[in-house]
Design a protein around this ligand. Structure first.
Ligand SMILES: Cc1ncc(COP(=O)(O)O)c(C=O)c1O
Length: 442
């Protein structure tokens, strides 16, 4: 049954699965300090403190983190050759950066920030509760053989389109937990194989992501030894992601890039269920206040955050409800229904959402590879449309006028968050490059 979307300049394009920009009519200043939100900004600082406390353990479990003393960080890359190739050479586009979570250590995607965080926080809590870790004891004790035997009594479960499963599975196995990942039908074979090699049980569902999560939740509810990482509701995942904004602030400041009323900042964040882009948006609003404007990006056939937030409905609206298919090559974003929790937090905080076609994802993936040697998977390339939408699209221009920042655009910074790709096996990556030459109408 088709549900009616309200009258809006983006509506016809959304329903016809054409790329478009929706700007949020409920976007307003200082939304992060709304006392009715289910989170408070100081929780981002607590999450950062948790990451710091866990760092020695992370460094012990993952030798690739030696160079960063246990921090899971990504580079901020200023675009040069790629900038021209994308058509962003003009001064009106200010600075254009990539925040390369595509190369995040441990899990090769932005999901390392959420999934690894939630598993390690759970492990520490459990160990404290059960007397395995005393107050003030060295956290690296949780990487001992004794701890592994203890953790092996528990299972970590998660539903995933692929990358969250990878990050949770890798983190769980590193500590000795059993792990079960419920994969949606969109999950790529190489992600399933990689998890099985790590000893993770992978349950493959014929159905979409929402169903995979539901199944995982039902199994977990009946067994107290299963800890369920709930992508639709988890505060821990969300806060794990949010700390990325503190990292970005430090990197921008090191490069002398100011963010203030004269120098706006725009973030473009690929969105599936909304947890990762929502968490980063929340952190960014805490750090940069009203000088940052965050946009989600979704495939034209899977714009779950767009249709729900545009609908204004209290009940979740899915892409099927408006006649879209949820079919896309961007597996990480193949989600038909967004998280209700994220929707409630983003209501007044998100500047807008734009949509992209699969063909464009492959084209950007190829350009990023050719011009700046950045390895992406299709979902991770989606943000490259951002500067064009904000600076040139009528709705983007209307938003900049309303915010009174049109004359400040040449001194703005645009950050395209590339969210995954470095773990893609070479053979699969070669296929992506070949696919860039073939149209993929969805
Ligand atoms: C590469 C990539 N980008 C973006 C996302 C979107 O994250 P979320 O589902 O938390 O919105 C995912 C989700 O798996 C992903 O794998």
């Amino acid at each position: 049954m088709t549900m009616q979307l309200p009258n809006n300049p983006a509506r016809a394009n959304v329903l016809a699965a054409r790329p478009t920009l929706w700007t949020n009519p409920q976007y307003h200043e200082n939304a992060i300090n709304d006392a009715s939100l289910p989170l408070t900004p100081d929780q981002v600082d607590q999450a950062q403190a948790n990451w710091k406390r866990l760092a020695p353990l992370l460094e012990t479990c993952f030798p690739e983190l030696k160079t960063t003393a246990g921090a899971i960080r990504s580079d901020l890359i200023e675009l040069n050759a790629l900038r021209d190739a994308l058509g962003y050479g003009g001064a009106e586009f200010g600075h254009v950066f990539v925040k390369a979570d595509s190369a995040l250590p441990v899990a090769g995607s932005i999901k390392a920030r959420g999934g690894v965080y939630e598993v390690f926080v759970f492990a520490e809590d459990l160990a404290k509760r059960e007397g395995l870790l005393g107050d003030g004891q060295d956290i690296r004790q949780l990487a001992s053989d004794e701890a592994k035997v203890f953790f092996a009594r528990y299972t970590i479960a998660v539903g995933s389109t692929g990358n969250l499963g990878l990050s949770v599975g890798i983190a769980a196995r590193a500590l000795g937990f059993k792990a079960t990942v419920h994969m949606s039908s969109d999950a790529k074979v190489w992600k399933v194989e990689r998890l099985r090699k790590l000893g993770v049980e992978v349950v493959q569902h014929e159905a979409d992501y929402t169903t995979a999560v539901e199944n995982a939740r039902i199994v977990a509810e009946s067994d107290p030894t299963i800890y369920f990482v709930d992508d639709e509701q988890s505060r821990q995942l969300f806060l794990g992601y949010s700390v990325a904004a503190l990292e970005l602030a430090e990197q921008l400041s090191t490069r002398g890039i100011m963010v203030d009323a004269e120098h706006p900042l725009f973030l473009y964040l690929p969105c599936g269920i909304g947890g990762a882009p929502g968490g980063v948006t929340y952190g960014a609003k805490k750090v940069f206040g009203d000088n940052v404007h965050c946009f989600f990006v979704e495939p034209v056939q899977s714009p779950c955050a767009l249709v729900h937030m545009m609908s204004g409905s209290e009940e979740l609206v899915s892409v099927y409800d408006v006649g879209l298919t949820n079919k896309t090559e961007a597996d990480g974003m193949a989600v038909a229904r967004m998280s209700a929790f994220v929707a409630s937090v983003m209501r007044n905080m998100l500047a807008g959402i734009f949509t992209v076609e699969d063909d464009e994802l492959f084209r950007w993936l190829l350009l990023a590879h050719q011009s700046q040697d950045i390895r992406l998977e299709p979902s991770a390339a989606a943000g490259f449309a951002g500067p064009q939408f904000v600076v040139k699209h009528p709705q983007g221009q209307a938003l900049c006028e309303a915010l009174n920042i049109v004359d400040r655009l040449p001194q703005a910074a645009h950050v395209v968050w590339t969210t995954g790709g470095s773990f893609v096996p070479q053979e699969q990556f070669d296929c992506f490059l070949k696919d860039a030459a073939v149209p993929h109408k969805t």
